[in-house]
Design a binder for this molecule. Structure first.
Ligand code: GUN
Length: 283
């Protein structure tokens, strides 16, 4: 039997529609959510992500500003721009696309963004709030996964949830959100002993590894829910996930790549930007 495809494209369109409706209401009160997107250098994948973020802003009725800075931009210049955006009344949310060039400290950039405008939820203040379970902004990729689970009425409560990958952007916050929803959570990584066996325990398996086809059918329990957060390119240049396509025959539900977790990530960025605008205007 083939798994139910968890359609992130359709759910995104629905959520963006409701964000647009709420934006129209906010505009009547004189508030327009605004997102500033900053990109440094010309990483081709980042350029695609940034374009998709601009398009999502249009669909949600937001104001947006894009700053494409050259590779040789200094850290001081970048932090100067962020300081300006922190003060700008038109800007509710600030996103600096990662990775930044090597001569710039990623953490310095994250630390410079006003936590009230940190729509990525990368700032230590927001990371701490997520840990405690009292947060305004939810990290976009894990938030998108939770919305997909909710849409398909998959409740993590009491389930074995295995997250493969321990990044600050995906793996760690994903584990926290599942834990807040009462999942029994295991985080695996490159040094986990007998990774396949740990993955086979999972009722809900989240793959955030960054390696095409890393999760093979032997690592998946029959009937598991499999969430694929990977965006990789295979040898032919085709976009593919961390999960091998044959897993579709073993899982009960699975997110496709593309069209699963990816579109939801950007939609959650829009949701955070709307929330930032409301918080900043006490609405
Ligand atoms: N690079 C890859 N994913 C992300 C993300 O969610 N936010 C930012 N700012 N950069 C990224």
């Amino acid at each position: 039997m083939s798994a139910v495809r968890m359609d992130g494209k359709a759910l995104s369109a629905k959520v963006r529609g409701s964000i647009l409706a709420e934006t129209e209401e906010l505009k009547k009160k004189g508030v327009t959510p605004g997102l500033a997107v900053v990109i440094v250098g010309n990483d081709p994948a980042s350029e695609i992500y940034v374009r998709n973020k601009e398009r999502a802003c249009e669909q949600c009725g937001f104001y947006s500003e894009k700053y494409a800075l050259p590779e040789e931009t200094s850290q001081e210049e970048l932090l100067g721009l962020i300081a300006q955006l922190n003060e700008s009344p038109q800007i509710s949310g600030i996103l600096c696309q990662m990775p930044v060039p090597k001569h710039i400290s990623e953490q310095a950039v994250i630390d410079a963004i006003d936590p009230r405008k940190d729509v990525d939820a990368f700032h230590p203040v927001n990371v701490g709030k997520i840990m405690v379970g009292n947060f305004d902004f939810v990290p976009c990729t894990p938030a998108g996964v939770m919305e997909l689970l909710d849409e398909y009425q998959i409740d993590p409560m009491g389930k074995e949830c295995v997250v493969v990958g321990r990044s600050n952007i995906v793996g760690k916050p994903m584990a926290m959100l599942l834990l807040h929803r009462h999942g029994t959570v295991t985080i695996c990584h490159s040094r986990t002993q007998d990774l396949a066996e740990v993955c086979r325990r999972a009722d809900i398996l989240v793959a955030a590894v960054g390696k095409a086809g890393f999760i093979t059918p032997d690592m998946v329990k029959e009937g598991a829910v499999v969430i694929d957060v990977g965006i990789n390119r295979n040898a032919e240049g085709k976009v593919c996930g961390d999960v091998a396509p044959e897993v579709m025959d073993k899982a009960s539900y699975m997110t496709p790549v593309p069209g699963g977790a990816g579109p939801m990530t950007i939609t959650m960025l829009m949701k955070n930007t709307l929330k930032a605008a409301k918080l900043q205007h006490n609405l």
